[in-house]
Design a protein around this ligand. Structure first.
Ligand SMILES: [Cu+2]
Length: 173
């Protein structure tokens, strides 16, 4: 009875360890993908800012905290300049193509901006003329949860290994 139960225990431990390792790999892979910061291209042209190029519907981006917006000058003399008084401020200065300007959004919020040449700051976070909005949403809450689960599984896997070692030691008795 003693000899038949020990191998099945070891086998069960091995399967659990293997399963844990696979789960850790899967969770870390998903977490890595989810935590990868995106770069979003915004076209700058006469006379607007948009995810779409000129001639297509004007769309303002919605990004996550940590993402970077790259404004790419397609035509004209423009700037991307944040409205005054916001928690994040930027100003590319006025430029012609070929030019691009990168800004990483480190806080959630709705950030208004305008072209220094063809738009204006109305005050109080309002803008007019050639202007746009960058909406920044918090990072997906799932990321933190996934990290927690990954750490838990890692701890379980370590526990499995320790258990396996103690069973091996106990075997000759
Ligand atoms: Cu402009």
């Amino acid at each position: 009875m003693h000899t038949s139960t020990i191998p099945s225990v070891l086998n069960r431990k091995y399967i659990l360890s293997h399963w844990s390792r696979r789960l850790i790999e899967a969770i870390l892979a998903v977490w890595l993908i989810a935590s990868t910061k995106a770069q979003v291209i915004v076209h700058v042209y006469d006379l607007d800012f948009s995810l779409n190029p000129k001639g297509e519907p004007v769309v303002d981006p919605v990004i996550s905290v940590g993402d970077t917006v790259r404004w790419v000058w397609d035509e004209g003399f423009h700037s991307t300049t944040s409205a005054a008084g916001q928690s994040l401020l930027w100003d590319s200065g006025n430029h012609l193509p070929e030019f691009h300007f990168d800004f990483t959004f480190t806080q959630p919020g709705s950030f208004k901006y305008f072209c220094d040449f063809h738009g204006f700051d109305l005050g109080g976070g309002n803008v007019g003329g050639m202007a746009g909005t960058i909406t920044v949403v918090p990072e997906p809450a799932g990321q933190a949860a996934m990290l927690g689960v990954a750490l838990l599984v890692f701890a379980l896997a370590r526990h499995d290994r320790l258990m396996k070692r103690s069973v091996s030691v106990a075997c000759p008795i």
